[in-house]
Design a protein around this ligand. Structure first.
Ligand code: HEC
Ligand code: HEC
Length: 291
């Protein structure tokens, strides 16, 4: 609808509301226009300098040759260079010293422990749990109870060559009653009651059938074979009677036994290299209270 403009000479746009509110047609302030032009120049510069404009096959590469991944690699190289210079002496020592020599040097032990955590997380934690806390079926490393021995040189050998503990399956050799009796004896022994008359029948089986040859007559175990200590409260698998019966019936890593307990520690010498294995051996040793 056409209106009469009551303010014909003030440069308004001819839009009015509520009788006297009207839109004027003033130019924007100079500072605003300058910022606007500067912004426009920046956009053009940016679009030419950086990879910015999509093209059918990808995008323009930009005059600077910059990429985000390139910048990441550059930063990473800088960090690695800084690290390798700063820690060159420690890395050299880890590469050339034996684990026993490393253990004698407190600073080097601290360094090995500090640099092992990510490595342990990547290669070991899936089985042994975060910080070596153990998982069902996999031994705890963060305690003083060892199958093969907790000296740092032994731990080193374990990681280098792996371990496969072996216990025969007794399911075909013993009657269910004998197995039940010997399980009762093993459980009593773990509670310090191995001498009780009530488990005499199981003790007799233990000593006559060959258990004692690996686990020792007093149940103290044999590190050379990884034969678990039975006279303490730490269970490698489980102290439930049904689980103890399973171990005795089907053995550990017993060939041809479907229900045997699998217990394979893989060898890491080739996968990680000697220096990293030493680093981890010192770390695992520190988890076990250093014994
Ligand atoms: C695939 C699972 C698996 C992975 C991965 C693994 N382990 Fe093991 N590890 C085992 C098993 C199973 C045993 C017990 C072997 C046995 O019972 O004879 C074991 C035993 C050990 C022992 C001996 C414990 C003792 O009581 O004497 C050490 C030490 C050890 N592992 C360290 C490591 C380290 C360090 C890594 C990482 C480089 C690692 N393991 C990775 C499964 C694994
Ligand atoms: C050839 C040696 C050998 C003989 C013989 C043997 N064991 Fe074992 N036993 C082992 C080894 C090795 C392990 C530990 C396996 C592992 O952790 O990798 C083990 C583990 C066990 C465990 C599990 C312990 C736990 O902490 O969970 C029990 C229980 C056990 N044996 C009882 C027996 C009984 C009972 C006999 C005799 C009927 C016997 N063993 C005979 C080598 C033997």
């Amino acid at each position: 609808m056409a209106h009469e403009n009551p303010w014909p000479n003030e440069g308004n746009t001819g839009h009015f509301w509520d009788d006297d509110i009207r839109e004027l047609d003033n130019p924007p302030p100079l500072w605003w226009m300058l910022a606007y032009y500067a912004g426009f120049v920046m956009i053009v510069f940016y679009a030419l300098y950086y990879p910015a404009v999509p093209t059918p096959g990808g995008h323009t590469k930009g005059l600077a040759g910059w990429t985000a991944i390139g910048e990441y690699h550059e930063d990473f190289d800088t960090l690695n260079k800084w690290r390798s210079e700063k820690f060159a002496a420690q890395e050299q020592a880890l590469a050339t010293k034996s684990v026993d020599e490393i253990l004698a040097d407190k600073n080097l032990v601290d360094y090995a422990v500090a640099t092992s955590k990510a490595l342990f997380g990547d290669y070991c934690a899936a089985c042994h749990g975060a910080g070596g806390a153990g998982n069902k079926g996999y031994p705890v490393l963060a305690d003083d109870d060892w199958l093969y021995g907790g000296e740092v040189a032994t731990i080193y050998q374990t990681i280098v060559g792996g371990r496969v503990g072996n216990m025969p399956a007794y399911g075909a050799m013993l009657t269910p009653e004998q197995i039940s009796n010997v399980a009762d004896f093993v459980i009593a022994m773990s509670n310090g009651q191995g001498e009780d008359a009530s488990v005499a029948a199981g003790r007799e089986v233990f000593n006559s059938i060959g258990c004692a040859a690996c686990h020792m007559p007093d149940g103290s175990g044999m590190a050379m074979l990884g034969a678990a200590r039975l006279n303490d409260k730490v269970w490698r698998f489980s102290g439930e009677k049904s689980e103890v019966i399973r171990t005795i019936t089907h053995g550990v890593n017993a060939m041809g036994e479907k229900d045997t307990r699998p217990a394979v520690m893989p060898a890491f010498a080739e996968r990680l290299g000697d220096k990293e294995v030493k680093r981890l051996a010192v770390y695992v040793h520190s988890l076990g209270g250093g014994k």
